[in-house]
Design a protein around this ligand. Structure first.
Ligand SMILES: Cc1ncc(COP(=O)(O)OP(=O)(O)O)c(N)n1
Ligand code: 3NM
Ligand code: MG
Length: 509
């Protein structure tokens, strides 16, 4: 299989802990192919940076040229640029690549203005040139607190100042920003990281890990972002995965002796304890860091939603009428959803009450999509809500009525966010492209589904989106335990035969 190629344009760190060495280990360990363009050879150790030997213009250009010929990347990570000439050369190169390459590379820049060990990494003040020439070509900038302050002049003294600084950076031309929380001291027990593309904001909070061994964490984070976005992960998913990678790396580094050791560039992060919390209004994690002045604790986080009494919900048809519910319950289905996007008013209410009655008759789990008030009124087994639906729903009312809650998620970020609510099940989609709903840009594939199943071992999982009988085996092999389908049954020649065939596949796992 062809690997996704990621370049790192950065300086060599002879200790191996940061710079190009950290980048290559990260990119490789996360499953991409790493190519390197060395800008400088540094001599450094735990005492600091002793020497910087910038490569000549010719040496820099010849590396870029050679790689351009047969190793074009999906993403490029830029770290240390040693002088103004290098900033100009790399900017010219990127401008040309973005304009003329068939596939424009996604460019991540970690503005290593100041080495973590304290020594300056540049020969002169290159900031004005960076702002003028390089930043407008950057898709994602990953500064720490010092770098944010140096570039924007905004001091990070409260959570809203991170937003303020990010807006300044986006005005300078970058596509998206992650402000890393490692050196932000608004709270001392947690590390809060912020990501925005100007339209969407993502906030993560991790318990601060007391360790002296974080050398190379900035390089590792930026390389991880480049590798994951190059592999097709959404910004928010690359963000949470990269943060988990750093947490794993800092914990793994504690085995080193001495001071200021390097972070560990480990394997794919698949331990949920390494993942940060997603900050949402009213969540306990947000209160712990005083995230919002006006947020108030919500009881909904205190306990989980009613259980579905099994960790494997089996085949889960999602249908739009009572007629389909009756037909499929007769065929032996035990979990089903009424997803009625047509009826309104009394007709809709009649559909819901009949669906609930059928569920009771056949002793099956009937979930009602979207209409949580009617589901409560008619005593449904459960409710299914999407991300946007959650914003308007009264979750406490659903919980108090004893209804189960299923929630749609699309990737790592949303799954970790929703796990805080302890729903009755978590749906992941769309696994494959589907004609039933526009899921552009949110196709997960079985590999991601598998990662998500490994991460969440506490809440039953459901896979949905483009799943056919032919694809069912690969989906069930992830350990998901439940397959939700629309067209694989509603457009089948023999839906009853397909029910039996899906159940057979699921029973083998
Ligand atoms: C099992 C299951 N998974 C996902 C969905 C989609 O829910 P949502 O995102 O709210 O979109 P709509 O179905 O309301 O269009 C679902 N219904 N069921
Ligand atoms: C309703 C729905 N929700 C999805 C999600 O990913 O949240 S995918 C989807 C459509 C599923 O239909 P089919 O089985 O025909 O592909
Ligand atoms: Mg919905």
């Amino acid at each position: 299989m062809l690997k996704n190629i990621v370049w790192t344009i950065a300086g060599s760190d002879c200790t191996g802990g940061a710079g190009i060495q950290a980048d290559i280990k990260t990119i490789h360990n996360l499953g991409s192919e790493a190519c390197s363009v060395i800008t400088a050879v540094t001599a450094q150790n735990i005492q600091g940076v002793h020497e910087i030997n910038a490569v000549s213009d010719d040496v820099l250009i010849s590396q870029l040229k050679a790689l351009s010929e047969d190793k074009r990347p999906s993403a490029i990570k830029i770290g240390m640029l040693a002088n103004k000439r290098q900033v100009l050369l790399v900017s010219d190169f990127l401008a040309n690549a973005k304009q003329n390459w068939q596939v424009s590379p996604y460019v991540v820049y970690d503005p290593v203005a100041i080495a973590s060990s304290g020594g300056e990494l540049t020969e002169e003040d290159i900031l004005p040139t960076i702002k003028q020439k390089l930043l407008p070509l950057i898709d994602l900038l990953t500064p720490n607190a010092n770098e944010v302050q140096r570039v924007t002049g905004v001091y990070l003294i409260g959570w809203s100042s991170l937003k303020e600084a990010a807006i300044e950076l986006i005005k300078m031309g970058v596509g998206a920003v992650v402000i890393k929380g490692g050196h932000i001291d608004i709270v001392d027990h947690a590390c809060v990281d912020y990501c925005t593309d100007g339209a969407n904001d993502y906030w993560l909070s991790s318990e601060r890990i007391e360790s002296e061994h974080s050398h190379g964490s900035g390089c590792t984070f930026a390389s991880s972002m480049a590798a994951l976005i190059g592999q097709g992960y959404l910004l928010r998913d690359a963000f949470i995965l990269s943060k988990a990678y750093i947490n794993q790396g800092i914990k793994g580094a504690s085995q080193y002796e001495g001071i200021y050791g390097p972070i560990w560039q480990g394997q794919w992060p698949n331990n949920i304890t390494d993942f940060p919390q997603v900050l949402t209004n009213d969540a306990p994690s947000a209160q712990q860091v005083d995230w919002q002045d006006d947020s108030k604790p919500s009881d909904v986080f205190e306990s989980g939603f009613a259980s579905v009494d099994t960790d494997k919900l089996g085949l889960y048809p999602v249908v739009d009428s009572v007629a389909w519910i009756e037909r499929l319950l007769k065929a032996g289905v035990k979990t089903i959803q009424l997803r009625d996007k047509i009826h309104q008013g009394q007709e809709l209410e009649n559909e819901i009450s009949q669906a609930v009655a059928l569920g009771k008759h056949y002793q099956a789990r009937v979930f009602i999509n979207d209409y949580w008030q009617l589901a409560i009124k008619h005593g449904a087994y459960g409710v299914h809500l999407g991300q946007e639906d959650l914003e308007d729903a009264d979750l406490q009312a659903i919980k108090q009525a004893g209804l189960r809650l299923g929630v749609s998620t699309h990737g790592h970020y949303e799954m970790v966010k929703i796990m805080q609510y302890k729903p009755s099940y978590l749906a992941v989609g769309a696994i494959f492209p589907t004609q039933t709903k526009d899921m552009t840009g949110q196709i997960q594939g079985v590999e991601t589904l598998s990662q998500l199943c490994q991460l969440n071992q506490s809440i039953p999982m459901v896979a949905i989106g483009g799943i056919t009988l032919e694809r069912a085996q690969s989906v069930a092999a992830t350990g998901v335990g439940c397959i939700a389908v629309v067209t694989a049954l509603t457009q089948a020649e023999n839906p009853e035969a397909n029910v039996a065939a899906f159940e057979k596949v699921l029973a083998c796992h």
